[in-house]
Design a protein around this ligand. Structure first.
Ligand SMILES: Nc1ncnc2c1ncn2[C@@H]1O[C@H](COP(=O)(O)OP(=O)(O)O)[C@@H](O)[C@H]1O
Ligand SMILES: [Mg+2]
Length: 209
């Protein structure tokens, strides 16, 4: 079972990952964007981390929705509304829940992906968050469907997410600021695909204990 404690740990781990990788994400966004993705993500999740004590009395759905509101108001850029919608959809799906079964975790992840796709209209191959998140969600749910336990399915999700982020390197960006570069966006890993891989890795790390 994934409990509220795991969810709060996930958010804290994510905030720490964004702090540790702030310069790295900004470096990726310097190559194909405007050099702010690391700062955007760090600013947003730093605020989330500050709010964690106030989230303790909320159910999982309400926590995720509160995260969404914070990200929408603090991250900025293209990624703020996208990650905001991801957490909002996940929160709506998990409304009222105090803990999650492995199957419900799959629904949380699928709802988050659906939120990103609804907001950004991107599909796999366009060098965005979707290139890492979609394979992660598919790997998780397929693995669970094939009889894997929660931890195995999470490990598959992390591996698929990191692979998806790496696979954005040869892609030509079709969405967002990087798309202005056309062919010149080739040869660089997408910042958003990379930040979502930190989010999924942070979830796995939180659920390990
Ligand atoms: N339509 C979209 N769908 C999914 N992800 C997107 C979309 N547009 C941009 N992104 C993601 O947002 C990232 C850039 O975020 P950020 O630098 O914070 O915003 P901005 O591009 O406004 O400066 C990109 O690397 C990409 O992964
Ligand atoms: Mg940017």
């Amino acid at each position: 079972m994934v409990t509220k404690k795991h969810i709060l740990q996930w958010l804290e781990n994510t905030a720490n990952a964004m702090e540790d990788n702030r310069q790295y994400l900004t470096k990726l966004d310097t190559a194909i964007g405007d050099a702010d993705h690391g700062n955007n993500m760090h600013r947003g999740f730093k605020k989330v981390k500050e709010q964690l004590p106030a989230f303790k009395g909320k159910d999982i759905g309400a926590i995720l929705k509160a995260v969404a509101m914070t990200l929408i108001s603090t991250v900025g850029g293209a990624s703020g509304p996208l990650y905001g919608t991801m957490f909002m959809h996940a929160g709506n799906k998990m409304a009222g829940k105090e803990e999650l079964t492995p199957k419900e975790m799959g629904e949380l992840l699928a709802a988050g992906l659906e939120g990103v796709k609804m907001r950004g209209k991107a599909s796999v191959g366009e060098k965005t968050i979707v290139d890492a998140l979609e394979p992660a969600v598919e790997a998780y749910n397929q693995s669970l469907g094939n009889g894997s336990d929660f931890q195995q399915a999470m490990n598959r999700a992390v591996a698929a997410c990191e692979k998806g982020a790496e696979e954005t390197i040869p892609m030509i960006a079709k969405k967002g600021r990087a798309s202005y570069l056309g062919e010149r966006s080739k040869g660089h890993q997408d910042p958003g695909a990379t930040s979502v891989s930190f989010i999924i890795k942070s979830l796995n790390d939180a659920c390990l204990n």
